[in-house]
Design a protein. Structure first.
Lengths: 336, 458
């Protein structure tokens, strides 16, 4: 019984939150890594693109809510998501056309493009703050909990409860579906293969007749889909604040690099790796150990490796360690 | 010589703009813009040394600024004796243990051949040390933080004049830059950008959460000043006489004695804040001028030529026998220590240390915009960039309010859209900065004052 209690405790405070957070990071990291692989620069505007996409889906959700349209027990935001995705795609294609294309044709070094993306970051940041403000925005509706801690306790008779929010399940399912679709697209379709070829060796890809502008366009489309979905899921799960999206960019970068930048599968696992280590290292294991150990060995301290204040620092340290020992990431990078 | 004219002309325009603010808004605002422009100029000189001279991307500006701020706290705040007596020794021992740990890892990785066993050994040692350090420092930290938590709750500093912290801040930043450089400088340039950004995040989170060191989010307020205090000035005989003398024509117009007294009081109050800001401006511009002279000398010395050679063609420089890695490390340390100095100057000017205010947008990316708009590789350019960008950053809100009012002048005041726009005026600065950067990158990629390259005739 104690053993089960310990497992439930860990599931409730470590596994479920880490899976949710990891999914959100994984989607973002795939977006960053795709842009890096195809367009060959680290896009610092990606966090704010996520914020922008989320803002659009919030606005559409509010519109739907005011019109009385809901999505049953699911949040209305999921209904608004496809429209938001379309808007974000259009916006990022416009940005590509008027900002990034020039440097691509000029074959500017990646460093220049980083600086350009900083400019775009500021612009998007400003737009989001002007349109929706800096405060906390709630746009969640529908059923909040799949199972509440109390219900779980009554159901199983255990001391510890397991609470699963519906947004957590939605996040996980959406992430798995999108990731599977994306990997199928990259592995099996002709367009996906041409993207991988372009990422692997640009000159050879051009020689074999791959249209670079098409590849670039599809990259932006996929990246915008991922940004909007990841951003909206994050906003549903926590709450929307433009500021947090920039902060999330950093663990996303960490995830992308840890997985080997340019490698979508690596980025996917990198996201979960970063999320799990962030939560596992900052979790206080005192209660778990009380369940597991005999009474004489019970710990008196919190049994916490690092305080939760250092959550972000954990992902950064993982990145630094990976960069030191395996600069190409855990999975080999630079190949789509 | 045309370039020199450009430099003088653009700085003259900047001076006119600041005077303009002084005349139309107030001299207090104008001087605080000037002071922050000067501090930003120091930061952008630091970034320019790294990016313009050597092509290193350092997105860790925020971290070094925070270190400088921490230095200001540790140097100038009076030591909290009670806190030292309850936990000082344990903290010192813990710091010693951390140094010992680093030393041990160094020795192990040097003496034992790389293998899996060695890595495990290092891992075990790290975990062991962390446990020991936490058991020693944990109670001590708790004890320190419970000493008078409303105003103290930390070890305090050395109680020295704050101006020393400018040098100490530079040293702190240099030390950390040495460590970061050792770790990260071998990376590709885009990795370096991300790594420095993340490491600066770690530094700020340490400053934010180690309350025993920096009071963390509780902030340190009321720091010392190298300039006189307003209240002292308002009571000083010579200062009142000076104000009376400067405004004698205005004062003579008033006949009523009480009114005259009141007016004089008001004048003295205004003048005292302006005087304090002028003192700061004097100190800061001395630093900027000294830095400009030194960096200009360095840029056109053999060392500067070597740095440019490394930047433009690393392989060729290596072939010429230049130690690229070492030079990169040097320049990373020099640039970062200048940024650290600016961080200490900033805290000195504000008189308070607020770790929460260290945001990458403001302290890293804004400085980068300054360098790029001003002109990479040109010290005058980066100073000019600092002035322009900071001026716009502050004045963006009034300017955009003015524009919104003109553009929507035919829309009624109760219109929701107009109200919303006016409420979000502070955020227009982000858009202005972003668009400015995008335009400069597109149409004048070398910045407003491009790098001067002297070609020597043989």
């Amino acid at each position: 019984m104690d053993f089960l209690n310990a497992i439930v405790l860990i599931a409730n405070f470590v596994i479920v939150p880490a899976l949710t957070y990891g999914s959100q990071l994984a989607l973002g990291a795939i977006g960053v890594t795709l842009i890096y692989g195809i367009l060959r620069f680290a896009n610092f505007a990606y966090g704010d693109l996520m914020a922008f996409g989320t803002m659009i889906s919030i606005l559409i959700t509010w519109k739907f809510q005011s019109m009385g349209i809901t999505f049953g027990f699911l949040p209305t935001a999921l209904l608004a998501l496809p429209f938001a995705v379309v808007v974000t795609i259009i916006v990022s294609l416009i940005f590509d056309k008027y900002i990034f294309e020039y440097y691509r044709i000029k074959k500017s070094p990646g460093v220049t493009l980083i600086v350009v993306s900083l400019g775009l970051m500021f612009v998007l940041n400003g737009i989001v703050r002007i349109v929706i403000g800096t405060g906390d925005k709630q746009f969640f509706d529908g059923h909040k909990f799949l199972i509440k801690a109390n219900e779980f306790k009554e159901l199983t008779g255990l001391n510890e409860g397991l609470a699963i929010k519906s947004t957590q399940l939605i996040t996980l399912i959406t992430t798995v579906i999108i990731a599977l679709m994306l990997f199928w697209f990259l592995e099996k379709t002709k367009t996906g293969k041409s993207m991988r070829a372009y990422s692997n060796n640009e000159d050879l890809a051009l020689l074999s007749g791959i249209d670079p502008s098409r590849v670039v366009m599809i990259t932006w489309v996929i990246a915008s889909i991922l940004a909007t979905v990841a951003g909206t899921l994050y906003g549903l799960d926590k709450s929307f604040k433009p500021f947090t999206y920039f902060n999330n960019l950093l663990p996303i970068f960490a995830a992308a690099i840890v997985g080997g930048i340019g490698n979508p599968i690596g980025a996917f696992f990198g996201g979960f790796l970063v999320a799990f280590s962030e939560i596992m290292i900052t979790y206080a294991y005192k209660k778990v150990l009380i369940y597991l150990l005999p009474e004489s060995l019970e710990p008196t301290s919190l049994m916490q490796l690092l305080s939760t204040d250092y959550k972000f620092a954990v992902s950064f340290s993982i990145l630094v360690i990976v960069l030191l020992f395996r600069p190409n990431g855990i999975f080999k990078g630079k190949v789509l | 010589m045309r370039e020199n004219e450009n430099v003088i002309l653009s700085f003259a325009i900047m001076a006119v703009l600041i005077v303009f603010v002084g005349v139309f808004q107030s001299w207090g605002v104008a001087l605080s813009i000037l002071n922050l422009c000067l501090i930003s100029a120091v930061m952008s000189i630091g970034v320019n040394i790294q990016w313009g001279y050597a092509g290193l991307i350092n997105f860790g500006v925020m971290g070094f600024t925070a270190l400088g701020g921490l230095a200001a706290v540790l140097v100038s705040v009076n030591p909290v004796r009670e806190a030292w007596s309850v936990g000082g020794i344990e903290i010192l021992v813990s710091i010693g243990l951390i140094l010992l740990l680093v030393l041990a890892i160094k020795v192990i990785s040097k003496k034992i051949v790389p293998s899996k066993k060695r890595n495990i050994l290092i891992g075990i040692i790290i975990v062991l040390f962390i446990i020991i350090i936490r058991t020693i420092s944990g109670p001590a930290i708790e004890a320190i933080e419970s000493v008078n938590p409303a105003t103290q709750g930390f070890l305090g500093g050395l109680g020295l004049p704050i101006i020393f912290s400018w040098i100490v801040g530079g040293l702190f930043a240099a030390l950390v830059a040495f460590v970061i450089g050792k770790v990260a400088l071998g990376l590709r340039s885009d990795y370096l950008a991300i790594a420095t950004l993340l490491i600066s995040g770690i530094i700020v989170s340490i400053v934010k959460h180690e309350d025993w060191l920096s009071r963390g989010v509780k902030n340190v307020i009321g720091m010392k000043r190298p300039a006189p205090y307003e209240i002292d000035l308002q009571q000083a005989e010579w200062f009142i006489n000076l104000v009376t003398f400067l405004n004698s024509s205005k004062l003579n117009l008033i006949n009523d004695v009480i009114k005259k007294e009141k007016f004089l009081n008001q004048l003295v109050m205004d003048a005292s804040t302006i005087f304090v800001k002028l003192c700061f401006a004097g100190l800061f511009s001395t630093v900027v001028i000294i830095l400009l002279i030194l960096t200009q000398k360095a840029l056109y010395s053999p060392w500067g030529r070597m740095m440019r050679a490394i930047r433009d063609n690393e392989e060729a420089a290596k072939a010429m026998g230049k130690n690229v890695v070492k030079q990169h490390l040097n320049i990373f340390i020099i640039g970062s220590s200048i940024i650290g100095m600016a961080g200490a100057m900033l805290v000195t000017y504000d008189g308070l240390f607020t770790p929460v205010s260290y945001q990458p947008l403001r302290y890293t990316f804004l400085i980068w915009i300054m360098v790029i708009i001003g002109g990479t590789g040109n010290n005058y350019g980066s100073v000019l960039g600092a002035f322009i960008v900071w001026f716009l950053w502050i004045e963006a809100a009034p300017i955009s309010l003015f524009l919104i009012n003109i553009l929507t002048s035919n829309i009624d005041h109760s219109n929701e859209f107009k109200k919303h726009l006016i409420n979000s005026v502070p955020y227009f600065r982000f858009i202005i900065m972003g668009i400015g950067l995008l335009f400069i990158m597109r149409y004048r990629p070398k910045g407003l004052l491009p790098e001067k390259i002297k070609i020597q005739k043989i």
